[in-house]
Design a binder for this molecule. Structure first.
Ligand SMILES: NC(=O)N[C@@H](CC(=O)O)C(=O)O
Ligand SMILES: [Zn+2]
Ligand SMILES: [Zn+2]
Length: 428
């Protein structure tokens, strides 16, 4: 089966920008054609898709997602998460290992990949745990998991508290050429906090979490990356101090990359009101100064990636006193429209946004997702114009814990193609 997608603006930063037609043969990109080129003959085995008005980009990748299976299927399953990802415009996601059991061995990795294959949504790249059970004491079977298909390791949800264990993990992962995704948090400084330390926390009587709880661990792991030469990728960066440290480390040539999430450039701790736990996540929403630092870090290239940290939780786990409710918000179906606001507000060019949502994530995972003949046909089609309101009742995800309900947005995923098949949109 061959498919021709015509009429779209094809934008693959550093590779293509223009009105092109993409010819797909089976699972693979066969050719990138100019509108003037002679098109293949129309026939029974040939489908033409008219994508006029849309932007076609390399498959968006969300490298920080919690799919909750195995163990917490009431929050999300691999199937519902992969469908939510496809609906959000993502052709691939990284699934964090804080499931039950934790993905700390190749059996769990194989289970996740099997479920993902059957789901027929976005691709799922499992992330293995750094330590057994993410308990922080013994390294997990990282090489075994790599052979089974993990693309990175992380104890996300928890920090690797012991610096010596972290050093050993980094040395090991450098040898295997896989990045370590760091959840940077000093638990002694968090000290039971539930939102950002600052006036809004004080006024509401909610215990605060200082920026330093994140930044001291960022500083430690920059030093450990420098010591070991390993690739450290910092997850969900939320504050100015961390960004300043990472900027400096990059200037020194240390092998670090980082991501932020849409909530950190969209909201602040001033939005945390009425003890609504849909505004509770880890790290917490920070001050306006930090939000501006995040935007600046995205604009100057310090922040490489936008990832959602999609963290589904049930209503019961959120409808509690603020300090007892679960940390985390869903993000797969709001990430692209929220990120497009950066373009609409002239903070980022569209090209730069595609770098942060498609190209840089792929680079970090060691995947080539250029729109070029021979590569898998993993493509995202974006409608930049359509206006809408975020409506959680229409989410494909099993969970609804979002602070963005009712927000007006412009632009959305129009269609998502994985391996030459539409997994979301008009032609799915
Ligand atoms: N971000 C969150 O608030 N929660 C995440 C864990 C994590 O990303 O650290 C979760 O698994 O629920
Ligand atoms: Zn985390
Ligand atoms: Zn996470």
């Amino acid at each position: 089966m061959r498919t021709l997608i015509k009429g779209a603006r094809v934008l693959d930063p550093g590779n293509v920008d223009g009105y092109k037609s993409i010819l797909i043969n089976g699972q693979t990109i066969e050719a990138v054609l100019d509108p003037a080129d002679v098109m293949p003959e129309n026939g029974t085995d040939f489908k033409v898709i008219d994508a006029t008005g849309l932007v076609l980009v390399p498959g968006l990748m969300d490298i920080h997602v919690h799919l909750r299976e195995p163990g917490h299927e009431y929050k999300e399953t691999i199937a519902t998460g992969a469908a939510a990802a496809a609906r959000g415009g993502f052709t691939a996601v990284c699934a964090m290992p804080n499931t039950r059991p934790v993905n700390d061995n190749s059996q769990v990795t194989a289970f996740i990949l099997g479920k993902a294959k059957a789901a027929k949504g976005a691709r799922v790249y499992p992330v293995g745990a750094v330590t057994k059970g993410s308990a922080g004491t013994q390294l997990s079977e990282i090489q075994d998991m790599q052979q089974a298909g993990i693309k990175a390791v992380s104890d996300d949800g928890r920090p690797v508290e012991n610096a010596q264990i972290m050093r050993r993990a980094l040395e090991y992962c450098r040898g295997l050429s896989i990045p370590v995704f760091v959840h940077a948090e000093d638990l002694s400084l968090v000290n039971g906090g539930a939102m950002n330390e600052g006036p809004p926390a004080t006024f509401q009587g909610i215990p605060g979490i200082p920026n330093a709880a994140e930044a001291v661990m960022v500083a430690r792991d920059i030093l450990l990356s420098r010591l070991t030469g390993a690739h450290v990728h910092f997850c969900h960066i939320s504050c100015e101090e961390s960004i300043d440290l990472i900027r400096k480390a990059k200037h020194q040539g240390i092998r670090v990359t980082c991501e932020t999430a849409p909530h950190y450039f969209t909201l602040t701790d001033a939005d945390v009101k009425g003890y609504d736990a849909c505004f509770k996540m880890n790290p917490p929403l920070r001050s306006e100064k930090d939000r501006q630092a995040v935007i600046q870090g995205l604009a100057d290239g310090t922040i490489d990636v936008i990832a959602s940290d999609h963290a589904p939780h049930s209503k019961e786990e959120k409808d509690l006193e603020f300090d007892r409710a679960a940390f985390g918000i869903v993000g797969l179906e709001t990430s692209l429209p929220l990120s497009l606001k950066l373009v609409q507000n002239n903070h980022l060019t569209l090209e730069n946004l595609i770098l942060k949502m498609a190209k840089n994530p792929a680079k970090i995972l060691g995947i080539n997702n250029d729109i070029t003949p021979g590569n898998p046909a993993d493509l995202s089609l974006i409608d930049l114009k359509e206006k809408g309101v975020i409506d959680p009742s229409r989410f494909v995800s099993k969970s609804r814990n979002t602070p963005f309900a009712g927000m007006t947005v412009q632009g959305r995923a129009a269609a998502t193609m994985v391996d030459g098949n539409f997994v979301f949109g008009l032609w799915a």
